[in-house]
Unconditional design. Sequence first.
Length: 390
Amino acid sequence: MPAAAADPILGLTDAFRADARTGKVNLSVGVYQDAEGASPVLATVKAAERLILSGESTKAYLPISGDGAYTREAARLVFGDALTESGRIASVHTPGGTGALRLAGEFARHVLGVKQVWLSQPTWPNHQGIFGAVGLEAKGYPYYDATAKNVNFAGMRAALEGASPGDAVLLHACCHNPSGADLDTDQWSALAGILGERRLLPIVDFAYQGFGDGLETDAQGVRVLTEAGLEVIVCSSFSKNFGLYRERVGVLSLLAQNADDAARVMGQAKALIRTNFSNPPAHGGAIVSTILLSDELRARWIVELDEMRARIAGMRFALVDGLRAAGATQDFSFLLEQKGMFSFSGLTPEQVKILREAHAVYIVGNGRINVAGLTPANVSGVCAAIAAVL
């Protein structure tokens, strides 16, 4: 049995933990950190947990699809009130966004007979592994123009116009991982036309709602697709916007043309779940639904979410200003146009290696930086290290 290759991102975290140097900085793994470098438990999460524990009376299994209050409110964040109440959405609780993606892949391959899935170039490295594990062949469409530092929509359009009817297309709803470059509303509208014309199945990875421009604005891409009459599969995660990383809280939502189709979709999804994880864990979903169903907690959570988004944006400005102050002659202002936790720095694999070995700054080999890992205490040192390797 050969040794398995280390995960390209989580393997870096293992190396970071083993690094004995002081002042080391981990900008690789996608975890939000506050100004002190900690991944905090939100105050609203703590409040919700107190309510849950005080009223909890059983540890019996949840239904296969999860708690209906949780899946309904999760779908409402994505689709809005009208579609959520239409009966057209089959939503199931999954172990994290990764679990939702895996279930989406199984549904596409084994229920719908999809053979190919198109992934953005670049994309989150785990996408290819997840879909490959269920037997889907991965193809790539151009997405990020490393020279222009923006979305290569012309290349994306040309590739998808050549896709075969029935293929699936994996899309990032917002805060594209790893580039931070998002489609604008006009591009989403054009994309909806291509998907409908070519009869392609959109699978949307929605891991960062609220980390881009806000809860509602970040959902606009998905809503453009639904307003165009498309059937859509959405994989939601609450690891980031609720800080529930270790609770593994996700939802798979499948929008069908009508309520009868949605009922059949739900039955197929439940059959897939039964032979996979059987039924979901309760605690994380209960936290989310408790917050979303309480006017007071929901309002407080939105404030906390806004504060996290503002901190990330502030560190983008600090990074750009710090690189200039450290003597970097390259123009890094493009980082200010990117959204969410991640940015493509433009650093080469060799520069990334030197950063790790000589400066104890850990970033992914393709140059992706987790901006949320920057703090007021470490940003100047990171900027000096990057300037030294340019």
